[in-house]
Every structure is written in C-alpha cells, then in structure tokens.
Design a protein around this ligand. Structure first.
Ligand SMILES: [Zn+2]
Length: 127
C-alpha cells in the first residue's frame, strides 16, 4: 500500500493515481526537474600572459573572439580578484585553456609589435 501525499488515503501500490482525490502518483524517485549540466569546466583556464594596458587587452580580446578562442580578461582593478594577482604590475592578465596558449601568445606578440610601430618607433620595417 502507499499513502496519498495529497489526501492521506491508502491506495494500491500499482495505482497510477489516488482513488480518493485523483492525485497522480509519481513512480520512482521524483525526476520532474531536469538538471541541465553544462560541460563547462572540461578545460581549466590558465593564466596565459600579463597584459600591459587596456588597449592591449581590447585588441587581444578582439583577435581571440574573432578566432573563436575562449578566454577571460582579468583586470587587476577588478576588486573581485584581490589577492589573486599582485597589484601594480601591468593592466591585468588573460586566462584561457592551456591548449590555446601558444596561439594567444603569438597573437599578443603581434599586437605588441603593431602597437610599437604605431607609436612611432623608428623600427625597421623588415617584412
Ligand atoms: Zn488522494
């Protein structure tokens, strides 16, 4: 026998619903709530590089977004990150799965080169 959770009357074990009030019995463990678990942290985000300034961060963010590379920009000014980084060194850091590390570092190197030549450095244009 099982007891109706709604009205308290007893019903047969196999009864699909209460014979008194009609409440449907849930069979087995309640699984009405689907728990959509997203496979998020399959790859850990590592600190890839330190960014010198916000311009650099924005450029890199643009490049990586364009390539579909997952990444997180973290500014030292973000108070939520107190203690995670040493303040006062650069602007912030970029975090990404380690498998993208080389590609990101290469992109960052490109950006640094470009910002250098853009700032009027008399660097030889060796193409
Ligand atoms: Zn009932």
């Amino acid at each position: 026998m099982k007891t109706c959770t709604c009205c308290g009357s007893e019903n047969e074990d196999q009864a699909p619903k209460c014979r008194e009030c009609g409440t449907e019995f849930v069979l087995g463990p309640a699984s009405t709530k689907p728990t959509p678990e997203e496979p998020r942290e399959t790859e850990r985000f590592e600190k890839i590089a330190v960014l010198d300034n916000e311009v650099q961060a924005e450029l890199l963010d643009e490049v990586l977004s364009g390539r579909g590379i997952p990444h997180i920009m973290q500014s030292y000014h973000d108070s939520a990150l107190d203690g995670l980084f040493q303040a006062g060194k650069g602007w912030g850091a970029i975090l990404a799965p380690e498998s993208f590390k080389e590609e990101i570092l290469a992109a960052l190197a490109d950006i640094k080169r470009q910002s250098q030549s853009a700032s009027g450095e008399p660097e030889a244009a060796n193409s």
